[in-house]
Structures are given as structure tokens and as C-alpha cells.
Design a protein around this ligand. Structure first.
Ligand code: ZN
Length: 278
């Protein structure tokens, strides 16, 4: 529990409100909500990355997942759809493509040090926004007990893919319901409630956390390259974009390569509009 020392909470808040806006909200989180906010990735033990399609987690935070696995954290992946739409080649059937992408995802995950890949098997392009999937996610969060969950940012204003929007939004909602004991989990009625400490949104236009992946850029590239159905025909192009993005965020993190995400303590996911500013 954070100690305010000799200062009352009111005194602390008065000090914070005098700070420049760029510092004030983050300071509010650290002083009042989560003193370990800046060290969140060091604190967590169990990590789950939710991926609308195979390869989304690698693209968004593959280097970060590899760095966390390298520090001995338990990293798992949850792939929501079967990836059966991910081709421009009409000669390959959706079923065959899905089979190949399953193997690609399993192989790529090994490169990153991921312990387990879980699948929900929804049809690519038809991941629903509904109570059934929200409930499945709550059940999974309660059984896997992740401390931090990575998911695509559903509030990215230019995200056009409904699978990404639905997965991101349902993940945030499931994090809200998972700790509530009266929220029933249909697949495991006796499941114990679980409080997920952090949501980290990748593919975000509003990052507030930059993770040094300089030692893991090769792992990220090697993992992505194994998704041959997606990147074999345009690998040099994709590789350049990945390196550019990692270098761009690296400048923000004062390092060579970095990944960026919007990190939020779970308490900020409801009725806290200042979360936008943090
Ligand atoms: Zn995707």
C-alpha cells in the first residue's frame, strides 16, 4: 500500500494539479493508484497477448513478449480467429490456409519464448461483439490468471478491421468483469474471480509506454518471417516498415529499437476519462 507520508491525500493532489499537464496525470496514477506503474513490466509474472488473427501479437509487441519471456515471465498467446481470410490467393481454400497459419503461429511463438498458444477458432472476419465471447474471455482470464493482457487498441480511430475492434473492446470489458464474483462464467461456474492488473493496448495511436526491444528485434523479425502465408511475398517491404517503426519508438525511449503501447492499470478502464491523458 502506498504511503502518503506526512502529506494528506488532499495535499498530494494539490501538488499534482500544479504540475504541467504532460506530467500531472501520470503522477496522479503513481501517487494515488499504482506506485509501481513505471515498473509494470518488471512486476508482472503472467502475461497474455490476445491476437485477433495469427501474427497480430508479433507485429504489435513481438519484441516485448520475447523480452518478457527472456526475463522468466510466463507468456501465453490467445488467438481468437482462425485466420482463414488472410490471403489474396484464391487457389488456397480457407480451411487449408487456416491449417497452415496454425502451424506458422505455433512455430513463431516458439521463437519468442511463448509457453502456450490457445485458440478460440472464430471465423476470420466474423469475430463477434457479443456476450458469448465476452464470457469466454472472462472464463479464460480467470483460469490463466494473467497479471497483464496485451490486446489491440479498440479506440484507435483508424482501425478498420472489425475483428481488431471487437477483440480489443471485449478484452477490456472482460478485464472489468473478471474480478466480480457475481459475474458468472458459463464454462466454469465455480471459477474464482481474478483481477488483471494491467491492460496494454498495442497498435495504438496514443502510446504511453515504450519498451526497449533492441536485443529482441531479431527475434521479432524471425518470428514474423515464419508467417510465410502473410509475409513471404513482401518480406523486405514488411521488414523495413517494422524496423522503421521500432526505430521511431526507439527515439522516444532513448534506445535503438522499441515497441509502444498504451498501458493502463485496470482501475482506469471504467468511469475515468482522464485515462486518455495518461
Ligand atoms: Zn489482425
Amino acid at each position: 500500500m502506498f504511503s502518503l507520508g506526512a502529506l494528506s491525500l488532499y495535499d498530494v493532489l494539490r501538488e499534482i494539479i500544479e504540475l504541467p499537464e504532460s506530467e500531472a496525470y501520470r503522477e496522479l496514477v503513481k501517487k494515488v493508484i499504482d506506485p509501481g506503474f513505471d515498473k509494470a513490466l518488471d512486476k508482472v509474472e503472467r502475461v497474455l497477448c490476445v491476437s485477433p488473427h495469427p501474427n497480430d501479437c508479433e507485429l504489435g509487441v513481438g519484441g516485448t513478449l520475447a523480452s518478457l519471456a527472456g526475463k522468466g515471465k510466463e507468456v501465453k498467446l490467445l488467438v481468437v480467429s482462425d485466420g482463414s481470410l488472410g490471403t489474396l490467393d484464391s487457389s488456397i481454400s480457407p480451411e487449408k490456409l487456416s491449417e497452415i497459419r496454425y502451424r506458422e503461429q505455433v512455430d513463431a511463438s516458439k521463437v519468442l519464448g511463448v509457453k502456450e498458444v490457445l485458440w478460440l477458432g472464430y471465423s476470420d472476419g466474423r469475430v463477434p461483439y457479443n456476450n458469448e465471447l465476452r464470457n469466454k474471455l472472462v472464463c479464460l482470464f480467470r483460469s490463466l490468471k494473467p497479471d497483464i493482457i496485451f490486446a489491440p487498441d479498440p479506440w484507435c480511430p483508424y482501425e478498420g478491421h472489425p475483428d481488431h475492434r471487437n477483440v480489443g473492446l471485449l478484452t477490456a470489458e472482460a478485464i472489468i468483469f473478471s474480478p466480480l464474483p457475481h459475474y458468472g462464467c458459463s464454462e466454469a461456474p465455480d471459477s474464482e474471480s481474478w483481477f488483471v492488473s494491467y491492460l496494454a493496448l498495442y497498435n495504438t495511436p496514443r502510446p504511453n509506454a515504450f519498451n526497449n526491444i533492441t536485443s529482441f528485434i531479431e527475434a521479432k523479425l524471425n518470428a514474423l518471417r515464419l508467417h510465410k502465408t502473410q509475409f513471404e511475398h513482401n518480406w523486405e517491404h514488411i521488414k523495413s516498415l517494422i524496423l522503421f517503426s521500432a526505430a521511431f519508438y526507439g527515439r522516444k525511449a532513448s534506445t535503438i529499437y522499441a515497441e509502444a503501447f498504451k498501458l493502463l492499470p485496470a482501475q482506469l478502464l471504467h468511469a475515468f476519462p482522464l485515462a486518455e491523458k495518461i
